[in-house]
Design a protein around this ligand. Structure first.
Ligand code: ATP
Length: 403
């Protein structure tokens, strides 16, 4: 088993870290990548205003999640949980007990590689792991690494060194990024989910007004609340909703914002959903209490209205996007249908839904509703009364899916 160990303060993790992690997984053919946030880095002080360790841990977890390799990329809390300075030698000794037969590689950028000989107990580090070094900027070329490797081998001949190229160089450090964030800049150097997390928690002196976010910031906040694997669907829904709004004369900006936020509470627990509904006075019926999966539309609507200051139209569109209901507005229909047939959806019959959506929105809505009713019946699950009312209302108004 080959394990990569990527230590750092990750304060915050940025796209440079992510590019290095991706490249190392591929170049070393790693079976596992452990991202290891340091509690107290040996070589530098944590700067003032550093978020609590829980925040750094969550951001590191978002970085691991962004690699979309569950089981391969994960965060280790081994240093955050160990009191005192976070010496790599101690970390490797502990990991060796956990993975006695693993081949371990320590990942490090140029700055760390250049100063490795000064680290605490380098010999015991090298007895456990090889070094995988990579550049951080255009200046870090082959010649520089050859010199650094030569110097290191002179002092520590047992060193096993691999230098890997980074296909994408992201020339940024967390220090520079913290300065940018405090000035309201820097979002482009961060994974959106991490940028959103920073904005929502006001980290690094960002002070964003969540009720006045622009579109990239709103996306970032939404993505910060979900798993990375859901982001494609959310983006697909946003784009489909905007196209449908253009086709049916609805407000494109509202369609976009509803699309961005529609699934933002998808990963909350049942207890969390119910707590939000209680806080904002959203009544729940028996079925919703028993099947909290139905609740993400209601709690997503609450987030849209109360956290992000979205207008009633956006609130309502998100509120009804799972069950639908009788007599829906155009925007409500658009979000419901967009969510059903956005480009990443692949179920049988989706092509017909896509065609209908641009010919007759009501017929597309009815087809979506009837597909859900059928699916619930096939799975022996109860159908929500609002869905049945939507179906009845459309049929009463002469809408049909035939022909
Ligand atoms: P700071 O500015 O706070 O010192 P940093 O950006 O150097 O932070 P660290 O968390 O200290 O980030 O770095 C962890 C590891 O990631 C180190 O091995 C470092 O060399 C590497 N690294 C940091 N930034 C980049 C980057 N832009 N590209 C590639 N590797 C990087």
């Amino acid at each position: 088993m080959k394990i990569g160990i990527f230590g750092g303060t990750f304060n915050p993790p940025h796209l440079g870290h992510l590019a290095a992690a991706r490249a190392a997984i591929e170049a070393l053919e790693l079976d596992k990548l452990l991202i290891v946030p340091a509690a107290v880095p040996p070589h530098k002080e944590l700067p003032q205003g550093t978020p609590a360790p829980e925040h750094r841990l969550t951001m590191a977890e978002k970085m691991a999640d962004a690699l979309l390799m569950p089981g391969t990329a994960e965060v280790s809390t081994i240093e955050l949980e160990r009191p005192g300075k976070s010496y790599t030698a101690d970390t490797l000794a502990a990991l060796r007990e956990q993975y006695p037969d693993a081949q371990m590689w320590l990942l490090m950028g140029t700055d760390m590689f250049a100063t490795f000989y000064q680290w605490h107990d380098p010999s015991s580090i090298l007895a456990q792991a090889g070094i995988c070094a990579f550049g951080r900027s255009e200046r870090d070329d082959k010649a520089l690494f050859a010199t650094l490797a030569e110097e290191l081998e002179e002092t520590l001949p047992e060193a096993k060194i691999t230098v890997i190229p980074l296909p994408e160089l992201v020339e940024i450090s967390s220090t520079e990024l913290r300065e940018l964030l405090a000035k309201g800049e820097g979002g482009d150097y961060l994974l959106p989910a991490i940028y959103g997390y920073i904005l929502m928690n006001g980290l690094y002196s960002t002070h964003a007004d969540l009720k006045r976010l622009d579109i990239p910031e709103l996306r970032a906040c939404s993505y910060s609340m979900v798993m990375q694997k859901r982001v494609r669907h959310i983006r697909g829904t946003e784009e489909e909703a905007v196209r449908l709004a253009r086709r049916w004369g609805a407000d494109e900006e509202m369609a976009r914002r509803a699309g961005i936020l529609h699934d933002c509470t998808k990963y909350l627990t049942g207890v969390e959903h119910i707590a939000i509904c209680e806080r904002y006075g959203v009544p729940l019926d028996q079925l919703e209490r028993e099947a909290p999966k139905l609740l993400h539309s209601k709690t997503g609507a609450c987030m849209a209205r109360y956290i992000f200051g979205e207008p009633d139209e956006v609130y309502e569109a998100i509120f009804w996007h799972t069950t639908a209901k009788a007599d829906m507005t155009t925007l409500e229909k658009i979000l419901y249908v967009a969510d059903y047939m956005e480009p990443n959806r692949t179920f049988e019959g989706v092509e017909r839904l896509r065609e209908l959506a641009y010919q007759d929105l009501d017929r597309a809505l009815l087809l979506g509703v009837e597909t859900t009713v059928q699916e619930m019946k096939d799975r022996n699950l109860p159908v929500h009364k609002n869905t049945l009312q939507a179906q009845a209302w459309l049929r009463d108004h002469g809408v049909t899916t035939e022909g």
